[in-house]
Design a protein around this ligand. Sequence first.
Ligand code: AMP
Ligand code: GLY
Length: 430
Amino acid sequence: MNILIIGSGGREHALAWKIAQSALVDQVWSAPGSAAMDRIGPCFDVPADDVEGLEKLALQLEPDLIVVGPEAPLAAGLGDRLRARGFDVFGPNKEPAQLEASKGFAKDLMARFDVPTAAYGRFTDPNAAKDFLTTLSAPYVLKADGLAAGKGVVIADTLEQAQAEADAMLSGKFGDASAELVIEEFMPGEEASVFVLTDGVNRLTLPACQDHKRLLDGDEGPNTGGMGAYCPAPVMTPALMADVDETIAAPMLEGLAEAGHPYKGVLYIGLMITPEGPKVVEFNVRFGDPECQALMAALQDDIVPALLACATGGMPARDFESLMPRLSEAKPAATVVLATKGYPGAYEKGSVIKGVKAAGALDGVTVFHAGTGVDQDGEWTASGGRVLSITAAGATLGDAIDRAYAGVDQIDWPEGVHRRDIGWRALKAD
Ligand code: AMP
Ligand code: GLY
């Protein structure tokens, strides 16, 4: 079969790499893909947010399965359009994709289905927002309602800062995305990312991951899209995983199906493990990046049958469940993100990166590209904020992390930055 992947980042490179290993797959196509993904299969120059262009491309290529990497095209209705044309799509339709596109929508649904999450309010009026803040205690959590590329959350230490932030956000700090605000109670605890594959009726939970969102070692510095991740995350014990399935995944997915919006794809549950148990920080409607890179390296089995089952739907429960033991088998894996100096703020593009081949040649190491190009001399160059995800599987998590860093140390790129402590929480827990 032929599979079309939508997207161009490290997550999509990892998906393409994993999917290409399947005995079921002939061709892996990507749109727009990247110089690195082009080495796996042909790339087509249609941007991931060009919903109409992607529909045309699908009609031309007639893929057997379309896997949508990023959230933006899903929120814009790519899933609905492609399904209307008869394609099997891994990724939810527009309505359930609002779980990520509108934090207020997600909070209201959680309230409706009694899913554990932080107490909240939704605001468009700055005075109402500021009044609500006075009823909370520090620290204060303010979120732009809409998609803000992972940057729309501000945690303020004082009431004064929080109120100033509410004003700034409601007057367009994040453009249209912050025309509405969600203000919520702060949840203390450790975070984890849980990925649930579902066809709208059946569900299958993949091994949990942990991401490192802050730029600097020790989880300091500004929030980023993610500077590294590992899988499985030992903090998610079997008991906690069962709790998440029962109190979060089941009510959300069953509730959506009952409301006539079955969810087909992967539901990303961003969790806080609070003293009262796991609570939802956010939902995303796609795999995490860089969690996906670690996850794809960790999974020992072919993922294509599960992706296809989710997209097609209608598989008998017993057959769907039979995919489970194969996919819950995971080898510990870790990924370290190399970003351009300046990220998550302004950064320069075009610097040359050496050592990519040497890193990838190490045993167990795979280099996923999140933002690279190739110059006239055939050298890899940086073309984004997050640029490479050096990923490794190993016998233990410690081994996987050591291998990933051995890969990182092969990279010669003076303009790059990375964290040296990916996985520290899990290693400390050992
Ligand atoms: P989000 O984009 O909603 O995942 O938020 C980005 C980051 O902000 C999360 O990964 C958490 O580290 C933090 N965060 C968001 N909401 C809360 C909350 N209610 N309590 C504590 N931390 C939060
Ligand atoms: N790594 C966090 C995310 O993908 O949203």
